[in-house]
Design a protein around this ligand. Structure first.
Ligand SMILES: C[S@@+](CC[C@H](N)C(=O)[O-])C[C@H]1O[C@@H](n2cnc3c(N)ncnc32)[C@H](O)[C@@H]1O
Length: 443
């Protein structure tokens, strides 16, 4: 087996921030760590660009259907199993489970995510042609509609749109709101997917960027095109995935993965295929703020409540006085970041890392409590690097899993990512793993 971890030196010869605790866990897990770079394409959303329906809404933190199918195969799951995705996002795991006729349940704290997951499944069950007919009816009513309420006090809403376009979008939202289920949910999903092209925003990289030079699309036209894409995908989906009306319908819950004990599962899940938020400062409530402001929150206060209610992987995450890094490697890392006086580009990073690992430990504890004996877990995680210090998120989570009754069977490196250009410029280029950690619950 090729030596995977690089200790001591970066590709460009600079020193890697890596203390003895991190060296210890790297050495400990080295025998079960292997590369499988063919999975690299599957751990990101890119693999879904060819999947009908899933490509209609760009939830860019998703993994691909092929990834989930691969692990359903590897874990030998069938109709007697019950798959849990505690961070289900747009529901990729749930759709793959339906395709393979395995019952499943998905949880996500972001109401937009569970809405999208549910709407996609509703869309897959529609009769072809219904969307065209509904679109024509809506188009006839939109000019006279009363604009829907939006969370207009959120600052991005004040700058993201040309005022006339915002008015038209609010009218479309209003006529869609009047539809009955499931067309209401399906049209809202299509509507959410046009907010980016109809605005000056762009979901690039880590943030929702404002790009004033961007051409802005006409809502009615772009929604019409989306309807055509959805009709086409509906037909293709039936050919590629099958008729979801014949598959077990997943349960979808807007809830917190840190409180799985409260979910009242029908029976203990026998497998988990998931990907949590990464410890990379990413804030879902910012990237998806337009969607949230149009439908899920009434004002900035409610948006803030969502921001502080999700897993603490972003920079504004609050840490309680009594919270400490919950693992020796994280303690070492936080000390290194705080005490070496590194010029961190944000002094809140150590707090975020503490909070992130406290939260993930709680999620793993809960998984240990709710899963069936022998349950298998595949979790995609990204390592990160701040102030030159490497954070082996994958291995720290593995040691936490051992604490709560799991055996770590594999750490599969799916791909290596570079660092931010800022990190590279300052500390040298060091490959950072994106891994699939595989665990089995004790029997
Ligand atoms: C990497 S994404 C998962 C994407 C998913 N695999 C898919 O294919 O769409 C992580 C998800 O965790 C969700 N999340 C954040 N905090 C959460 C929490 N406390 N409980 C459950 N889900 C949470 C985010 O909203 C996001 O959808």
């Amino acid at each position: 087996m090729r030596q995977l971890a690089l200790f001591g030196q970066s590709e460009s010869g600079g020193a890697i921030g890596f203390g003895p605790e991190r060296a210890r866990i790297e050495a400990r897990f080295a025998p079960i760590m292997r590369e499988e770079l063919a999975l690299g394409r599957l751990v990101s959303y890119v693999g879904n660009k060819s999947v009908p329906l899933l490509r209609l809404y760009r939830y860019k933190e998703a993994f691909s259907l092929g990834f989930v199918e691969e692990f359903i195969r590897r874990f030998l799951l069938d109709g007697d199993d019950y798959i849990l995705d505690p961070f289900c996002g747009m529901g990729t795991t749930l759709v793959a489970a339906m395709k393979r006729q395995v019952p499943s349940v998905g949880i996500d704290k972001l109401p937009l995510a569970t809405f999208v997951a549910d709407a996609l499944i509703r869309l897959a069950a529609l009769e072809p042609g219904v969307l065209y007919a509904t679109y024509d009816k809506l188009r006839a009513r939109v000019a006279d509609a009363e604009p829907a309420r939006v969370a207009g006090d959120v600052s991005i809403m004040k700058v993201a749109f040309v005022p006339e376009i915002l008015e038209i979008l609010r009218k479309w939202k209003s006529v869609i709101d009047d539809l009955e289920t499931p067309l209401r949910e399906v049209f809202l999903l299509l509507f959410f997917s046009i907010l980016e092209p109809c605005s000056y925003t762009s979901k690039d990289g880590q943030f929702l960027r404002l790009r004033r030079d961007k051409p802005v699309a006409d809502p009615g036209e772009v929604l019409g095109r989306k309807v055509m894409e959805a009709e086409r995908d509906l037909r293709l989906f039936r050919q590629v995935i099958g008729d979801v009306r014949l598959a077990p319908r997943p349960e979808i819950i807007t809830g917190d993965a840190r409180a799985l004990g409260d979910m009242g599962f029908d029976r203990p899940p026998t497998a988990v295929i998931t990907s949590p938020p990464y410890a990379n400062r990413y804030d879902y409530t910012r990237t998806y703020s337009l969607e949230l402001c149009f439908h899920f929150v009434r004002n900035f206060e409610e948006l803030k409540a969502l921001r502080f209610g999700i897993l603490r992987s972003h920079i504004e995450s609050r840490v309680e006085e009594n919270e400490r890094p919950p693992h020796p490697a994280i303690e070492e890392l936080v000390d290194a970041l705080e005490s070496q006086g590194r010029d961190l580009n944000n002094p809140r990073i150590p707090h975020m890392l503490t909070a992130y690992f406290v939260d993930m430990r709680q999620v793993i504890r809960q998984l240990g409590a709710v899963l069936a004996p022998g349950a298998k877990v595949a979790m995609v995680v990204d390592n990160v690097r701040f102030g030159g210090e490497l954070v082996p998120v994958d291995l720290v989570l593995c040691e936490m899993a051992e604490e709560f009754g799991f055996k770590v069977t594999e750490v599969i490196v799916a791909r290596y990512k570079g660092n931010s250009s800022q990190q590279m410029g300052k500390y040298g280029r060091v490959p950072v793993r994106e891994s699939v950690v595989v665990w089995e619950k004790d029997r």
